[in-house]
Structures are given as structure tokens and as C-alpha cells.
Design a protein around this ligand. Structure first.
Ligand code: GLY
Length: 548
């Protein structure tokens, strides 16, 4: 009998890739610590994700949130893959014309106004995750407890947050909010957020009703001056969706479907890079970067033409990822020169954005990748009931044909409509190899998210780099419009720059592209080459490694 159990256990282990490791990477040491403590106390990856999400809403106010939304990609111990969509929705008052200039009418800003916000989805998303996948070792209230304590008793500000507040006067000078200070914040100063602690306490006690109904919903409705009705807020629902998937070089890859454009675009790029006509070869070099740029211009054009809230899409994702379609789509790429693709639009400068990503893998092999956002830095910058509201309405094609803050233009499929979800680039992604080993990843970066995820997957899987090397590689980016090849300082050697210019690519250097948080069955990698407080934690068979 004992032999039977041993055999059974062996079969389970070999089937699922079960290992003793836990791995966490978030954009803040406290977020990482909270997730780690839940895992070490016997919670699963999904318990840890709920606790980390709420903790990040406190310690990472620029992007962590309860006033925003996001996506989660999960792959369970048993092999189930699912995508959770807790993207914000447009309220009933929103119309195609809300942000359009017409005649003398000056529309509200889609970045800095009450109308910049969609109905927040994060609380509903975390509740869905908790109810569907909790381990049972923690109650909902227990998972919110670290966040409540951090908000109520405060935490020491990191140099990064203190410096950020110095450079965002619209946040630090907003009277009434806990960020208001007449003298500049310093690293080490304690930030307490009592109003947020109370809102979180009510959510802990009542579940999503504590946010979407009753006192806190009423406060949001009052604050919004007619933009949100109680029904807009009360009827918000997170949605489970089937992830997009492909087999990529020995891995099953799962990624986010619409309303993210990320999954479709990632799969298009990966399939495009595997075409014999392209020259991605065995390492990243000038020819590969030329081919990548030409692929990316086309992929982002498809994003613009076809992708949006799936309820409004006329083209199904499968058609855009079809091998025959892609063979045609990429057939006109030339190897010896850059040929601009036809767009009849102008563009504005790209701006930074402050989404955040975290990745968790538990010892049973449950994985979760969450990308969550307020859209811009501190969202709309408007603080209500303890938290910042998102400015996600700018991710709609607010004026079809005119670019948003990332320089991306959009078409009717992504125009504003009541109840609709705005198109996103967030690309939480999980790869699983034949032995059940997992890679869990994602990044902030607005429109650059997709090309970033592509490059990390490419370097880790195709070029056989460690996850750490792949994350830290300097990145490049192209998105159709503006019609440029952007590169992170250090990404292109002088020789490559010369070569790419000679091929006709307009080059533009950026200080930073992306800020990854990735884990695998063997590593936890927080992005140390770029600014921020990210921290990874990995534990396996008695070997601990903590990477800042
Ligand atoms: N707000 C950034 C995104 O959803 O892609």
C-alpha cells in the first residue's frame, strides 16, 4: 500500500511539475513581503495575490489601487488556465462624444477630470479571485488585514516615493489628502492613510458590497457629480475569460485576451519572429531588431483597427493570430530597408504611465500574473474616499483617429460607449514547459508592455537567457505610430544604431522601457536596472535568494 502511495505521489509530481519553491516579485518590498508571508503561512498563490494587491493599493499609490482595474492570468496546479478581467467600465453617462471637441464645446480632459475615470474593477476582481481559488486557510478579512494595518499605522516612505511626490505637486499639494504636505516628503517619513484604512476595513467586513454598495458607493457617486450613478457602480462585475494560448518552442504560453490587445499582439509577434523569412536567429542583433520593428508596426496597426471590448469586436482574435493571415500580413516586410506603413494620422509625444505588475508562484505550482493600473501616475490625480481614481477613459479612442497619452490612435471598435471596457495593452502571461515548470511575467509600460513581454519571452525561451538576464536586457519598442524605433539607452550598440539608421529607421532614445516583475520555478526577478522599489523573493529547498 505504501508503495502505491509513493507511486501515486511520484505520478502527481511528474505530471504537475510540483516543486518546493515559492517565488514572488512585486514593485514594492512590502508587497513582496506580504505575499511571501501568506505563502509561508500555507496560503496559495491566489490568497497571496489578493493580500499583495490590497497592500500595493496602500504602499504603491502611484499605481497600486482600489480605484482602478486590471487583469489576472492564472495557471493552477491542476493545469487549468483562466484569465480574469477586472478592467474598468465606462459609466452610462459616457458617450462617443464625451471627449470630442465640437464647435465651442470644450470637452472634459480624459486624463485629469472626474470624467477621466471608469468604474473601478479591482475590488470585484480580487473578490472573484478569492471566491474561485482561495486555499481556505485565510478569510477575506484576514487577507486584507496587512493593507488595513499599513494604511492605519503607516509605513516608511521609500526614497523613490518621496522623490516622486517632490515631482508631482498636484498630488502633494492636494489639501485633504494624506499626501498633502507643506514641506517636502523625505525618505523614511511615515505615511498614514486613515480614510483608506476605513474604506478597506469596510471592504474586509462586507466583501465587494462594502465598496460597490452603501456608504462608499454613495461617496463615489456624490464625488462624481453625476458621472457615476449607483447602478454604474453597483452593477460592476469582473469577468472570467478564456486565455489566448499558443505553443512556443516547447512551452504552452497563456496570455490575456481582449479587452487587452496584449495577448493577440504578443502571439502575432512571436509567430512573426518564427517565420523563416525573419532573422531572429540565435541572438538579438541588428537584423533581428529591424525585423522586430517591421513586425511591431503591423501588429500595432492591427491593434488599432480591430481590437477593443470583445462585445464590440467584429474580428475574432483567432483570425488575427491565424498562420495564413499572418503570412499575408507580414509578407511585404523587406529585409534591406524600413518601409513606413500607411497611416493618415498625426501623433503626439508618448508619456510615461504607472501601471504595476506582480507575479507569484506557490509551492504546489499554482501561478498568477497580475497587471493592475490607474493608467497614469496616480491615475487622474483625484483622491476620493481614501484612494486615487483611475484615468482609464483615456484608453478609449476618445476621439477616433486622435492619439491617446501613449501616442496610440484608435478606431470605432474602441470608441467610448456606456458600459464598455476600454482597450488595454496589459499582458500578464504564463508559460508552462513539458515538465510543468512555469514562467510567470508581465510589466507596466502602457503601449510598450507588449513589445517588452515579447522581448523577455524571446530572450528567455529562444535565446536561452536566464529569466534575470532576459528581464534586465535593455529593450527596444515600435508601435506603428509614432513611426519610430524607440530604444532604451544601452539597447543599441553604435554599430547597430548606424545600421538601423541606414535601413531607414528614425531612432529615438528613451531612459527607461518597462519595469518587469517575473518569477519562474527557478528564479524570482525584480527589475533592478530601472528606477523603483521592486523586490523579488525566491525560496527553494532551503535555498533562499532575495533579489532587489
Ligand atoms: N492603462 C494602460 C493599459 O491598460 O494598457
Amino acid at each position: 500500500m505504501r508503495q502505491f502511495y509513493a507511486l501515486f505521489l511520484l505520478l502527481v509530481i511528474s505530471h504537475t511539475g510540483w516543486s518546493q519553491s515559492i517565488a514572488v516579485a512585486t514593485a514594492h518590498p512590502i508587497g513582496t513581503q506580504v505575499a511571501r508571508q501568506v505563502l509561508e503561512a500555507g496560503g496559495n498563490a491566489y490568497d497571496a495575490a489578493v493580500a499583495a494587491h490590497f497592500a500595493l493599493a496602500v504602499v504603491l499609490p502611484r499605481a497600486g489601487n482600489i480605484g482602478g482595474g486590471g487583469f489576472a492570468l492564472i495557471h493552477t496546479f491542476g493545469g487549468e488556465a483562466r484569465a480574469l478581467d477586472f478592467r474598468e467600465t465606462a459609466p452610462q453617462a459616457a458617450t462617443r462624444e464625451t471627449f470630442m471637441v465640437s464647435g465651442e464645446n470644450i470637452p472634459p480632459s480624459s486624463l485629469r477630470s472626474i470624467q477621466a475615470s471608469g468604474v473601478p474593477g479591482s475590488v470585484a476582481g480580487m473578490w472573484e479571485l478569492y471566491t474561485a481559488y482561495r486555499s481556505g486557510r485565510f478569510t477575506w478579512a484576514e487577507l486584507l488585514q496587512p493593507a488595513i494595518l499599513l494604511a492605519d499605522t503607516g509605513f516608511a516612505m521609500t526614497p523613490f516615493l518621496a522623490d516622486l511626490l517632490l515631482h508631482t505637486p498636484h498630488i502633494a499639494e492636494q489639501e485633504g489628502s494624506p499626501f498633502y504636505r507643506q514641506v517636502p516628503w523625505q525618505a523614511g517619513d511615515r505615511l498614514t492613510q486613515h480614510v483608506l484604512a476605513q474604506t478597506l476595513t469596510d471592504i474586509a467586513a462586507m466583501g465587494p458590497e462594502g465598496f460597490y454598495q452603501g456608504l462608499h458607493a454613495a461617496r463615489l457617486v456624490d464625488w462624481s457629480q453625476g458621472w457615476f450613478t449607483p447602478e454604474d457602480i453597483g452593477l460592476y462585475r469582473a469577468v472570467w475569460r478564456a486565455p489566448l494560448s499558443m505553443v512556443y518552442r516547447g512551452y504552452n504560453l497563456y496570455t490575456m485576451p481582449p479587452p487587452s490587445s496584449g495577448g493577440v499582439a504578443l502571439i502575432q509577434l512571436l509567430k512573426g519572429s518564427d517565420r523563416p523569412a525573419n532573422r531572429f536567429g540565435k541572438r538579438w542583433k541588428g537584423e533581428a531588431i529591424h525585423d522586430f520593428t517591421e513586425l511591431a508596426h503591423r501588429v500595432y496597426q492591427d491593434r488599432t483597427y480591430y481590437l477593443g471590448d470583445p462585445d464590440y469586436m467584429e474580428v475574432v482574435p483567432g483570425a488575427l493570430m491565424d498562420d495564413g493571415y499572418l503570412a499575408n500580413r507580414f509578407a511585404d516586410i523587406e529585409q534591406d530597408r524600413h518601409v513606413p506603413i500607411a497611416w493618415n494620422q498625426s501623433h503626439t509625444e508618448l508619456e510615461s504611465n504607472e501601471t504595476t505588475h506582480f507575479s507569484i508562484l506557490d509551492s504546489a505550482g499554482n501561478a498568477i500574473a497580475i497587471t493592475t493600473t490607474l493608467n497614469g501616475l496616480f491615475g487622474s490625480g483625484l483622491w476620493v474616499d481614501g484612494y486615487f481614481m483611475n484615468n482609464e477613459m483615456d484608453d478609449f479612442a476618445t476621439q477616433p483617429g486622435v492619439p491617446n497619452q501613449f501616442g496610440l490612435i484608435g478606431y470605432e471598435v474602441n470608441s467610448v460607449a456606456p458600459g464598455k471596457r476600454m482597450l488595454s495593452s496589459m499582458t500578464p502571461t504564463i508559460l508552462v514547459d513539458g515538465s510543468g515548470n512555469k514562467v510567470v511575467l508581465g510589466t507596466p509600460g502602457g503601449s510598450t508592455i507588449i513589445t517588452n513581454v515579447f522581448q523577455v519571452v524571446l530572450h528567455h525561451v529562444r535565446y536561452q537567457k536566464t529569466l534575470e538576464e532576459a528581464v534586465h536586457i535593455k529593450k527596444v519598442h515600435a508601435q506603428g505610430l509614432p513611426e519610430k524605433l524607440f530604444y532604451e539607452v544601452g539597447a543599441l550598440t553604435p554599430r547597430w544604431q548606424k545600421k538601423l539608421k541606414a535601413l531607414g529607421h528614425p531612432l529615438e532614445a528613451w531612459k527607461q522601457i518597462g519595469r518587469f516583475q517575473a518569477v519562474s520555478s527557478f528564479e524570482a526577478v525584480a527589475d533592478v536596472t530601472r528606477s523603483g522599489d521592486s523586490q523579488g523573493y525566491f525560496y527553494s529547498d532551503g535555498v533562499k535568494s532575495k533579489r532587489k
